[in-house]
Design a protein around this ligand. Structure first.
Ligand code: FE2
Length: 268
């Protein structure tokens, strides 16, 4: 079963794609279209439907928030079909120039991205009628950018937000960088958070603040336990939510709650 939905949020058109060869998709991803821009490109496993959705829209540019396969999956195909450039962080450009190895679960859920030429984005990006500010927000990945459209208070947030509370990290996520990135966003007025997995259409600052608070609380709990002399392993055992086993098994340890604790210790 696949998910292909589109919704209009004012001027922003949101496409939701989910790939599920057997049963319901495990996760879906949003691809946004506004004023000629495609922001992130969805998973390659849904390429046929992604291309079909944009066929008659005539996009002028593609912006990527980061290199992960559910965001960059159709950048090559879309840019080739529409003859448009792809823009992103210079680190995204590096990542997208060389073949990326992904886990079996990532092949299953998303599919691997094809290499694509990404142009490093400047200080701001103008579409026909709007101006977007790329803001470097590492933590989820080193190359992560969010795109802020200040006039409307729109934040195309990639994977910066994901939810007020999260259960899992990939193994290379950095919790301190995420906290720093979320703090950085406090200086801006955000109304709609156009998240790639979990959009929030109003009171964006509050939703971002809740995520920040959640991460700070987790760090606090971990540090308290470590100060009592507990090992990293013992802390994981005490704090580990029960559903962690399943995620760990499915992803060969690439996605787990334990990775949050590991980052809190490793990246201190
Ligand atoms: Fe991601």
């Amino acid at each position: 079963m696949h998910i292909i939905q589109s919704r209009q949020f004012g001027e922003v058109l949101a496409f939701q794609f989910g790939y599920g060869p057997i049963g319901k998709p495990l996760m879906s991803v949003y691809v946004y279209y506004v004023d000629g821009l495609i922001i992130d490109t969805g998973q390659r496993n849904m390429q046929k439907y992604v291309l079909e959705s944009f066929r008659n829209l005539g996009p002028t540019s593609i912006l990527l928030t980061h290199h992960h396969e559910d965001h960059s999956g159709n950048a090559y195909a879309l840019s080739r079909f529409h003859g448009t450039e792809v823009y992103g962080h210079s680190l995204t450009a590096e990542k997208m120039a060389a073949q990326r190895k992904i886990f079996p679960y990532q092949h299953y859920v998303w599919g691997n991205s094809k290499d694509v030429n990404v142009k490093p984005i400047g200080q701001s990006f103008k579409s026909k009628n709007l101006t977007f500010f790329p803001i470097h927000t590492p933590g989820h990945s080193k190359d992560h950018l969010v795109y802020l459209e200040e006039k409307n208070g729109w934040l195309f947030s990639g994977d910066l937000f994901l939810g007020e509370r999260i259960k899992f990290f990939r193994s290379d996520e950095n919790i301190y960088d995420q906290i720093h990135s979320l703090k950085k966003m406090r200086q801006y007025d955000v109304d709609a958070v156009f998240c790639a997995h979990n959009p929030r259409l109003a009171e964006g600052n509050q939703h971002l603040a809740q995520k920040l608070q959640f991460l700070e609380d987790i760090i606090g709990q971990i540090q308290q336990l470590l100060e009592k002399g507990l090992s990293e392993k013992a802390v994981i055992k005490i704090m580990d939510p029960r559903n962690d086993r399943w995620a760990k098994l499915m992803t060969m340890g690439n996605v787990s709650f334990a990775n949050i604790v590991r980052s809190a210790v490793r990246d201190r």
